[in-house]
Ligand binder design. Structure first.
Ligand SMILES: Cc1cc2nc3c(=O)[nH]c(=O)nc-3n(C[C@H](O)[C@H](O)[C@H](O)COP(=O)(O)OP(=O)(O)OC[C@H]3O[C@@H](n4cnc5c(N)ncnc54)[C@H](O)[C@@H]3O)c2cc1C
Length: 466
């Protein structure tokens, strides 16, 4: 049978699911397929950064997810039997946002919530299906599925992970570096005499590096650098206990034990003929250091979907190659950041690597918090919109709560005429204007007397000064 849709999404990991949900918000029809049984139950990514929290708010997903996680803004170095430093300046100094921390929350929560929302929208993930063939013509894409169905779509998104079939189908290069660094990852419920706090602790000893990541609920996570690719839980536990001497730890329950060997790559292209797009791990993979994989993939989805909406509704008015132009440099910077971080765990001088690690975290905090990601442009263009407190006639709100992913927004400070030629459907938000009871006000002076056109993904597209 042949089905028609605006977007076929291959892969229902967090990036495919988010793409489908944002497409729904944007009024685009989607078919989303995945080869698996259902969303992730345990493991994988463990942290949402501050920018992702703002993006979730734009999509109306923040309130459902935030209460499930554990805020964490502190990184601690433990060596020679005691805490050597405790830092959070790169979170505390963030400007223009209200959640200055990681939200520690397992990837399974994000997947499950989005999977459920799509089901409630009568657009569930079609599971146990793969794409077997894709053809692109001037008008769109024709994809055959393993179920025997054929999908005719305007666009295809390959959100099918690091071994992407879509990437391979279009011969898009993906040259993988392997720095020969292997980690064990354990999630579970622990018992320890170490004073437990919601902070990331990097334990340094001469033979092992261990990072303790606080998590939601009764879970804690440990990353342990291993000397070989296969290992047992007792070997992992021995390394943890050696690194945290004189304290000790045991697992009361192990939810997930996994191994990963670091691989790094950015796809040569992120799209094919402006009809097929790669997002998430399909176009960038790297070590988990800095917690950027999931966050970068979600930001890909936020960058792409509103552009597809404009391309569908007003063909020729948006340059779809801007997706790659904006996201590929971000992916390259993520590889650099996570690569430099992970290499200190192996190659740094003896007994200084944990401190060096944190110095790098501080230096690269723009990536790690997500707040330093910018796109090309003059002046404020390409920068994220700062959040701020806005007074209303009945109380106060945050500026981001007035935005949404469906449309561009014009934020106009002061009494100004609306500029001409705004994108269709632009929502106008007047602040400090004398136009009656609906007006908002603020004392925040980040954008004095300016007018800002904000993209659906919360970046500044255009500015008008006095
Ligand atoms: C141990 C570990 C820890 C991590 N920690 C972090 C962290 O702290 N922070 C962070 O940001 N990131 C972290 N990551 C990375 C994060 O998990 C990934 O970046 C994220 O899962 C990428 O999402 P995705 O949707 O692009 O791909 P995936 O999650 O890989 O999803 C791809 C989906 O596509 C499906 N699929 C694949 N091929 C096909 C096909 N041919 N047809 C149909 N379906 C297909 C798969 O079944 C899967 O559901 C971690 C990863 C690991 C392994």
């Amino acid at each position: 049978m042949t089905h028609d849709t605006d977007i076929l999404i291959v892969g229902a990991g967090p990036v495919g699911l988010m793409s489908a949900y944002l497409a729904h918000l944007s009024g685009l029809s989607t078919i989303i397929i995945d080869k698996s049984d259902g969303p992730l139950k345990v493991g994988r990514a463990d942290a949402l950064n501050a920018r992702t929290l703002q993006l979730l708010e734009l999509a109306g997903l923040f309130d459902g997810l935030y209460p499930l996680g554990r805020p964490c803004d502190t990184s601690t170095v433990f060596a020679d039997g005691k805490v050597q430093s405790r830092q959070s300046s790169w979170w505390k100094n963030l400007e223009g946002c209200f959640h200055r921390h990681f939200l520690m929350l397992g990837q399974s929560h994000i997947e499950n919530q989005l999977d459920q929302k799509l089901a409630e929208l009568n657009n569930p993930v079609l599971r146990h299906r793969t794409a077997t063939d894709i053809r692109v013509d001037d008008h769109g894409c024709t994809t055959r599925l393993s179920s025997g169905d054929t999908i005719r779509s305007r666009y295809v998104i390959g959100a099918d992970g690091s071994r992407s079939f879509i990437r391979e189908t279009f011969n898009i290069g993906f040259h993988i570096q392997r720095p020969e660094i292997t980690w064990a990852v354990v999630d579970g419920n622990i018992l320890t005499d170490y004073p437990k706090a919601p902070e990331i602790v990097v334990f340094q000893s001469e033979t092992s590096d261990v990072a303790w990541i606080p998590r939601e609920g009764d879970i804690d996570r440990f990353y342990i650098r291993m000397d070989k690719k296969s290992f047992t839980m007792p070997e992992v536990l021995k390394k943890i206990n050696r690194a945290m001497q004189p304290y000790s730890l045991k697992f009361l329950r192990v939810d997930w034990l996994s191994q990963f060997s670091v691989k790094e790559s950015v796809a040569e292209r992120f799209s094919y003929k402006n009809k097929v797009f790669l997002a998430g791990d399909a176009c960038h993979i790297h070590s988990v250091n800095g917690g950027q994989g999931l966050n970068t993939g979600l930001a890909d989805a936020f960058n792409l979907i509103w552009k597809l909406k404009i391309d569908k509704e007003h063909p020729g008015t948006i340059d779809l190659s801007s997706y790659e132009a904006e996201r590929k440099p971000v992916a390259e910077s993520v590889i650099k950041v996570s690569g430099d971080l992970v290499r200190t765990t192996k190659f740094a001088e003896t007994n200084s690597h944990a401190k060096q690690y944190l110095k790098l975290v501080e230096a690269y905090s723009g990536n790690i918090t997500g707040m330093g990601i910018t796109y090309p442009g003059e002046g404020l263009i390409g920068h994220r919109l700062h959040d701020m407190t806005i007074k209303t006639s009945t109380g106060q709100k945050r500026l981001y709560s007035l935005l949404d992913y469906q449309s561009h927004s014009l934020i106009s400070f002061g009494d100004k005429a609306t500029p001409p030629n705004l994108p269709k459907g632009t929502k106008v938000i007047r602040i400090n204007a004398n136009d009656g009871p609906t007006s908002y006000s603020t004392e925040n002076q980040t954008y004095p007397n300016q007018q800002l056109l904000i993209r659906p993904d919360g970046y500044i597209a255009q500015t008008w000064n006095d």
